[in-house]
Design a protein around this ligand. Structure first.
Ligand code: ZN
Length: 315
């Protein structure tokens, strides 16, 4: 989808309000190239997919594969993507976004099926809507249980600060009280578990590294891999609290072995439907960093190693 001229003008005005054309120091710890991040929008990749009508301006929804809906939140820096993956009996909602728009209302407009929520991991930008759903699966880790208690305003206020949002937020949204509501985990998932949605089977793969409870979901029959934050085409984070470089490296090796079994990667940020050979590049990148001879730049006090379309940030 392309924005109209008036929308582009509006976007520009909002962007100018959000900060000067100098460095956007408000978005910290996120690698190089984050300044005026909204200038990268709209990302061309989305133009290749049919946009799906729904009632909230905050979200953009695209059918990125038959019965797979990417729910994109381009108005905030994370540009998070959640996915509704439908079978014939039930649908898996893989992440619930920032909690700025009403994810439950949106999903009800897309599907009448029973909804099962599973998070790619429990960072704030993927669990914002969890509280509104009756069936939430999670990983059996102390990290996950702690995150299910919710996140206070002080823990997430940076995500809605000036410089992080360019798009008007919903009328009933209040940045001053923004927080992540607690949610109940109904059942713990196991590594290798199959989730049968009727006419579509998904397999859960534990992929720790970015976060202790990071996981991917593979749809083998349709050759899709939902990667969450383990891979997307931008700076990848191994430096956050709870991140683990060595675990991430092992995850990269595990996923590289799947590169011939899937055609497309469906990541948790920025754009959908990436080539599967990125998985090989990811493994090679981790291996090169581990060998210790690579050049890096220092961004916000962290090392950032660049590999073309993506980079890896380490402590
Ligand atoms: Zn994350």
């Amino acid at each position: 989808m392309k924005y109209s001229l008036s929308m582009l003008l509006c976007l520009c005005l909002l962007a100018c309000e959000a900060g000067p054309d100098a460095d956007n120091e408000l978005v910290t710890n996120r690698g190089a190239g984050k300044d005026q991040w909204w200038h990268a929008l709209p990302r061309e990749a989305w133009a290749g997919f049919a946009r799906v009508d729904q009632s909230q301006d905050w979200f953009e929804v695209y059918e990125v594969s038959p019965d797979v809906y990417a729910i994109y939140e381009p108005g905030q820096f994370e540009e998070v993507i959640s996915y509704l993956i439908a079978g014939t009996d039930s649908a898996l909602l893989f992440d619930t976004g920032l909690g700025i728009g009403d994810m439950h209302k949106l999903v009800r407009e897309l599907s009448n099926l029973e909804i099962i929520v599973l998070n790619s991991h429990t960072h704030y930008d993927h669990i914002g809507g969890n509280h509104a759903f009756g069936q939430v699966l999670g990983m059996d880790t102390s990290y996950t249980r702690k995150r299910a208690l919710g996140l206070e305003h002080s823990q997430v206020s940076a995500g809605v600060a000036p410089g992080w949002i360019w798009k008007p937020t919903p009328e009933d949204f209040d940045a001053e009280s923004y927080a992540i509501k607690p949610f109940v985990i109904d059942r713990y998932v196991r590594d290798g578990e199959h989730i049968d949605l009727g006419g579509r089977k998904l397999e859960v793969l534990f992929t720790p590294g970015h976060a202790p409870d990071a996981l991917c979901v593979i749809d083998r029959e349709n050759r899709l891999l939902f990667t969450g934050d383990t891979f997307y085409p931008a700076p990848l984070y191994t430096h956050l609290e709870g991140s683990d470089f060595d675990a991430y490296r092992q995850t990269a090796a595990r996923l590289a072995a799947l590169s011939t079994e899937v055609d497309q990667l469906m990541p948790g940020h920025n754009e959908p439907a990436l080539r599967a050979d990125y998985l090989l590049h990811l493994q090679a990148a981790f291996d090169e960093i581990a060998r210790g001879h690579l050049d890096y730049v220092v961004t916000d006090g962290n090392r950032e190693y660049k590999f073309g379309d993506f980079s890896i940030i380490t402590r």
